[in-house]
Design a protein around this ligand. Structure first.
Ligand code: NI
Length: 177
């Protein structure tokens, strides 16, 4: 088990475009995914992208069973998604709160497309092809943004809805990252 340190906003690597994976089912890829899994679990994240542990490759993972960070969120299946392509369905957008392991202690309201068709591969090279909406679509957009060097604060349109968790939600037991 290797919990890697998570890069925080301000680190130049988080602003880079990640490179595509060219070889699936390799020891290096499996080791990267294991480290991402361990790190995400240790920090109670809903998702993590490889650049967040300092690896500029197009690998993200996410999954929400019941997560203390998102107590009311819909479930999202545990997924490893590599070399993703996103296509938004329609133009409906909704606002909701987001946090990020690279922006600890903060939350902001981010507009995201409601409906999303995404494709990519798992770590063995199997095709992933899904039509999703709501929280699942939000999580995928957030994680895949990391592969384009975009952090959620860069998507906030109303900065009056961006702040520290303990100030925004006093008395609520929301995890501090
Ligand atoms: Ni994030």
């Amino acid at each position: 088990m290797t919990v890697r340190s998570v890069l925080r906003m301000g680190e130049p690597l988080l602003l880079e475009k990640a490179q595509a994976i060219t070889q699936f089912d390799s020891p290096e890829l499996h080791a990267l995914i294991e480290d991402m899994q361990d790190t995400m679990q240790a920090m109670n994240g809903a998702g993590i992208a490889a650049p967040q542990i300092g690896v500029s490759l197009q690998v993200v993972m996410f999954g929400v069973a019941s997560n203390p960070r998102y107590p009311t969120a819909e479930q999202v299946p545990d997924t490893v998604l590599i070399n993703p392509t996103l296509n938004f369905i329609g133009d409906e957008v909704e606002d909701d709160w987001e946090g990020c392991l690279s922006v600890p202690g903060m939350r902001g309201v981010v507009p995201r497309f409601v409906r999303l068709h995404y494709t990519g591969f798992d770590q063995y090279g199997n095709v992933i092809d899904r039509l999703v909406s709501g929280f699942h679509a939000r999580v995928v957009q957030h994680e895949c943004d990391h592969l384009d060097g975009i952090l959620y604060p860069m998507r906030i349109t109303d900065l009056s809805q961006f702040g520290f968790i303990d100030v925004l939600f006093p008395g609520q037991d929301i995890q501090d990252d």
